[in-house]
Design a protein around this ligand. Structure first.
Ligand SMILES: [Zn+2]
Length: 319
């Protein structure tokens, strides 16, 4: 893969890590790796990542000794895999600490400070920790579950049940809808002021991703999607989504906020985005997100400047 292609990867999707799918089946090897000199732990506490105490803008890549000094023990943890001769683990801290933000920071913030490969690792650690937090009890019988296979399954402790639980990923679609030279943007009431983004929603049981694109766009905006083209995907560990990104074409332009999930939706051309951004009336989604990428790829196709250049010029920090 050349530099240009790599630079076009969505953030949180670097392929560098070897997940050690076979290695994780051997508890002795995992235990050896977890206590070795080359082990590094990522501490996760309620969707926040432990930061370097000397440099709180950066995540902490803790050695086993540093984990013990700071948190008392290296368990429970999830084996994440190998990179550059280093074994990475997620340290699950949800239940061992009172709820705190002290010493922890959000992935959205930290992802700006590290490489895509490191951000991908942090995202993976957070997704695994969030799954463990939600699956402490068996969804079949309600008994307590326990960790196995390096943290990649949870087993029900009730002998008559014995269900195996696997990490979940919940698919969601996210779509930039176009009609002629305009694209469709929506805004949720809980977002920061003037933030607009693409249309998104979870795929429902028994539904294809393409059907979800058509349904979500119609529910939220009243727009009929006539064609949808898959773009790319991105894990979104808040707590466990996989965003499936699409570009789509609209058959009509009359907006109707049918399900009231959005407080506003509108069609904007590239020029209208530039004007609104300059006036502080359009703030794009965070630049780490696939929604920014979907907008950017549409915008940059046919503009005399890029969306990122426009964000810089308008002093909009797209995070
Ligand atoms: Zn059970």
């Amino acid at each position: 893969m050349d530099h240009l292609q790599r630079s076009r990867l969505n953030l949180l999707t670097s392929h560098m890590l070897d997940r050690g799918a076979l290695l994780r089946l051997d508890p002795t090897v995992i235990a050896e790796r977890a206590t070795g000199e080359r082990a590094r732990f990522i501490g996760i506490h309620h969707l926040r990542i432990a930061v370097d105490e000397a440099n709180p803008q950066r995540p902490a890549w803790l050695t086993p000794q540093e984990v013990k000094d700071r948190f008392g023990k290296c368990e429970p943890s999830v084996y994440l895999g190998e990179e550059d001769n280093t074994s990475y683990f997620a340290l699950l801290l949800d239940h061992d600490l009172p709820k705190t933000t002290e010493g922890f920071a959000g992935l959205r913030t930290l992802a700006r400070e590290v490489s895509n490969a490191q951000a991908t690792l942090l995202s993976y650690a957070q997704a695994m920790a969030a799954w463990h937090h939600r699956y402490r009890f068996c969804s079949s019988c309600g008994s307590a579950t326990h960790i196995d296979q390096g943290g990649h399954i949870r087993l029900c402790g009730e002998a008559r049940c014995g269900e195996t639980h696997y990490p979940r990923t919940d698919p969601a679609i996210i779509v930039l809808v176009q009609r002629e030279d305009r694209a469709l943007f929506g805004r949720k009431p809980e977002w920061p002021s003037n933030r607009y983004s693409t249309i998104a929603g979870f795929v429902e049981p028994g539904e294809s991703a393409e059907q979800a694109v058509v349904r979500e766009v119609a529910e939220e905006t009243g727009i009929d999607v006539t064609a949808a083209r898959y773009h790319s995907s991105q894990p979104w560990p808040f707590p466990g989504s996989l965003m499936l990104g699409y570009h789509a074409e609209a058959g009509n332009d009359q907006i109707s906020l049918n399900d009231h999930e959005l407080e506003d939706a509108l069609w904007l051309s590239r020029e209208e985005i530039a004007v609104r951004m300059d006036q502080g009336l359009f703030v794009p989604p965070p630049s780490i997100s696939i929604s920014f990428r979907l907008i950017e790829d549409w915008f940059d196709q046919d503009a005399s400047f890029t969306l990122r250049a426009l964000c810089q010029k308008s002093d909009v920090e797209a995070f």
